[in-house]
Design a protein around this ligand. Sequence first.
Ligand code: SF4
Length: 227
Amino acid sequence: MGTPRETRQAQAETVVDRLEAEYPDSTISLRYSNRLELLIAVILSAQCTDERVNTETKHLFEKYDGPEDYANAEQDELAEDLNSITYYNNKAKYIRSACETILEDHDGEVPDTMDELTELSGVGRKTANVVLQHGHDVVEGIVVDTHVQRLSQRLGLTEEERPERIEEVLMGIVPEGYWQQFTHLCIDHGRAVCTARNPDCGDCVLADICPSEKGDSEIDLASGEPW
Ligand code: SF4
């Protein structure tokens, strides 16, 4: 078991420093060329891999151009165009409805506030944070996905379970200038080393400060279960 820094702030700062050195080019992996494409890609990425979304959006973004195209699309046709994505039927409904709202209430533009974004169908705080950060350069919070959740718990940054609560805790300890990058660093490390099922603690740059480190710790602090 590693020895965490004395405070959670210090722990968070060390995590950021180490992961930044490890993944200097860390950034969003969804592909998009405008705000609407970003919004759609993020809606599609819920419980689906970014890789799968990128494959599907390649032809989707060629066929549909602008909120009118999605809002006027037939439900069955749009769903069929998304059929390799998890929950494609629901996601097609969300996208059509969100685009209707964008046309009716926002002059066809993707809104730039948390309140307006989360009023769109299929858009929760996590999706809104991604769109604000990457579409509007507005950083209001920290995107908490499954990797951020797992790593934050394993590293002893939080004991909270719900993403909204985890985000609040992280906003109190991660330096504000790193709120956006923290997510990408956790995602890169979560994919490369600290995977859900079999983290490679022996090859981890955080091992000496990680209270879940498999060498000594018997417990995975993310699941609360023995390794
Ligand atoms: S790979 Fe192991 S040591 Fe590294 S952060 Fe994950 S649980 Fe901790």
